[in-house]
Write a protein that binds this ligand. Structure first.
Ligand code: CUA
Length: 174
């Protein structure tokens, strides 16, 4: 298991655990038997609970934002060593130039026809960059490519009968 797979697995487990706890809380707080029949619901207690949920939700969003902000790809654009233009079309990717030296690379991807997904895989078949590609829009994604070798571009958006064969290549040299 590589670092990306581990991160995804840990995050998936964390999200699942939060979901299970939330579901358990909903079940625990809505069970009829906990209240005596005919008694009035405690509005004040419910309001306190709602405020607590609101604060927790905002706190989770703020923590996620702070933890992931530095990883936003477009913040690192100014440091790119080279730029590769990629044309996406039914059903191919054409990269220009097709070979770049290792380093930080900007990919400027444009579609000739419909929506495509641009996904870049390193020589070990690990995804290193991904962006949605729309007609008449240039989508830019930056990737740090340190491993020399053949990289594969695959389409991740269903774009027609030959979508699964929409594959491109780019060579990263030392
Ligand atoms: Cu292009 Cu699927």
């Amino acid at each position: 298991m590589n670092a990306t797979q581990l991160t995804i697995t840990v995050m998936y487990c964390a999200v699942t655990a939060i979901g299970v706890v939330a579901l358990a809380a909903v079940i625990a707080t809505t069970r009829r038997s906990k209240r005596e029949a005919g008694s009035e619901p405690n509005i004040e207690k419910m309001e306190r609970g709602e405020n607590w949920w609101a604060i927790m939700t905002v706190a989770i969003l703020v923590i996620l934002f702070a933890a992931t902000f530095a990883g936003i790809p477009w913040l690192n654009r100014a440091n790119a060593d080279s730029t590769v233009q990629v044309r996406a079309l039914q059903f191919a990717f054409v990269a220009q130039p097709a070979s770049v030296p290792a380093g930080t690379i900007d990919f400027e991807v444009k579609s000739d026809d419909v929506s495509h997904g641009f996904a870049l895989y390193d020589p070990d078949n690990v995804m290193v960059a991904q962006i949605q590609v729309l007609p008449n829009v240039t989508s830019t994604v930056t990737a740090k490519l340190d491993k020399p070798g053949p990289y594969t571009i695959r389409c991740l958006e269903f774009c027609g009968f030959n979508h699964h064969n929409m594959i491109g290549r780019i060579e990263v040299t030392q």
